[in-house]
Ligand binder design. Structure first.
Ligand code: CO
Length: 142
């Protein structure tokens, strides 16, 4: 493996009960403006992003009781849900993770918020932290 700075943290995902309330709190705390709310149907969430330097906060509110975010809130309450890393080539990264013995939740990339391609790796092999890998989707924005 070559010496490099490693992947940039794309965003930190926070599970929230009320997107409006959490948005107002974090806008005040960071002095920034959140993106417009976006529904990600495949994940049963409504999300907004706030800029934080090179990275973002992603606020995730469940849109259905079957959403993984709803189950997370039931079990653990509001808080940090996942860390997302930006990678240039998501399929290649997934193949690398797989060959290094990591458990993937998504074997193939799926469409996430902001037109990105995303895939989650299981927290079990990552010190208990659910980790997302993100790349630009077709027509996606950097
Ligand atoms: Co995310």
């Amino acid at each position: 493996m070559s010496a490099s700075a490693g992947p940039r943290v794309d965003h930190l995902g926070l599970a929230v009960r009320s997107l409006d309330e959490a948005t107002a709190q974090w806008e005040r705390a960071l002095g920034v403006k959140a993106s417009e709310a976006e529904v990600v149907a495949s994940q049963q969430v409504r999300v907004r992003f706030l800029p934080a330097g090179e990275s973002h906060l992603e606020l995730l509110e469940p849109t259905a009781p079957t959403s993984t975010i709803a189950r997370f809130l039931d079990k653990r309450g509001e808080g940090l849900h996942h860390i997302a890393f930006h990678v240039p080539d998501l399929p290649a990264k997934l193949a690398e993770l797989r060959s290094n013995g990591f458990r993937l939740i998504d074997e193939v990339p799926r469409r996430g918020a902001r037109g990105r391609l995303v895939a989650f790796a299981h927290p079990a092999g990552l010190a208990g932290v659910l980790s997302e890998f993100v790349s630009e989707g077709p027509g996606g924005r950097p």
